[in-house]
Design a protein around this ligand. Sequence first.
Ligand code: TPP
Ligand code: SF4
Length: 279
Amino acid sequence: MPSVGQDLGAYLRQEMMPTVWCPGCGHGIIAQGIAAALKEVGTDLDQVVVVGGIGCSGRTPFYMNTGAMHTTHGRALAFATGLKMARPQLTVIVAMGDGDALAIGGNHFIHAARRNIDLTVVLYNNSIYGMTGGQSAPTTPQGSHSTTTPLGSIEPNFDAPTLAIAAGATFVARSTTFDFQEMPKLIARAIRHPGFSMVEVLSQCPTYFGRLNRLGEAPEMLFLERDQTIPLHDLPPVEITREVLVGKRPIGVFREEAMPEYTQRYRELCAAAGGVYDA
Ligand SMILES: Cc1ncc(C[n+]2csc(CCOP(=O)(O)OP(=O)(O)O)c2C)c(N)n1
Ligand code: SF4
């Protein structure tokens, strides 16, 4: 069973510690979750590449004992797509902030999902732009404070799983840093899934989101994650937007479906055309 807190030394670059993350940041819990998921899946680490964009979350590849790509803000999926097309045998995990994935990189996100290319996005959702000082993101809940919404955001926020499913992602799940036992299992399932997979992990940024919204320190924020979410299987089987019924965000697996995968279809196309796809 994968679990944060077990011995994950072989999966992390010890020489890069300590991390740049603030004390209490949820990003370290998610990075450990990815490490635990890799241990569970058992893939040779030489065959794994973790790709990151820019942002606090984008630092993740620095700490994983795998291949690493540190790319540009919002473009992590474009780099990951190129890598997967060139080397389809690799396991490619994309560590993305909510701003990275759904703001500047929103277009890459929906089109990677639409293609059903075999990439695993781990979406670090701390409801804010962390690295640049707490600006609002498309995930900032309506009414919440950020440095760019000092009176409270007037915009509705994106629901990442709904967006991913609508775009065509074939494995879609949500977890939290509070659920540190369950979260690596979902990431492991996503890695095993042969298609575009996304696990959104609700994470705490005590430095900006917590402070600007007076939510307390990291432990209080973790308890809020617990109190503001509900396991999917505890909900009535209606639409994904059922969170409006209970005022809580569902956690669990929203979609898991086998569909033709992009690099596979590309290989078949090349073969049918008599060409060579030699990756
Ligand atoms: C093209 C471009 N625009 C803007 C920036 C500045 N920038 C760096 S990180 C960041 C936001 C990071 O927020 P998020 O992606 O949510 O990640 P977090 O830091 O919260 O983990 C921004 C706007 C940049 N690096 N590149
Ligand atoms: S600014 Fe927020 S997201 Fe960035 S390291 Fe600090 S706590 Fe984490």
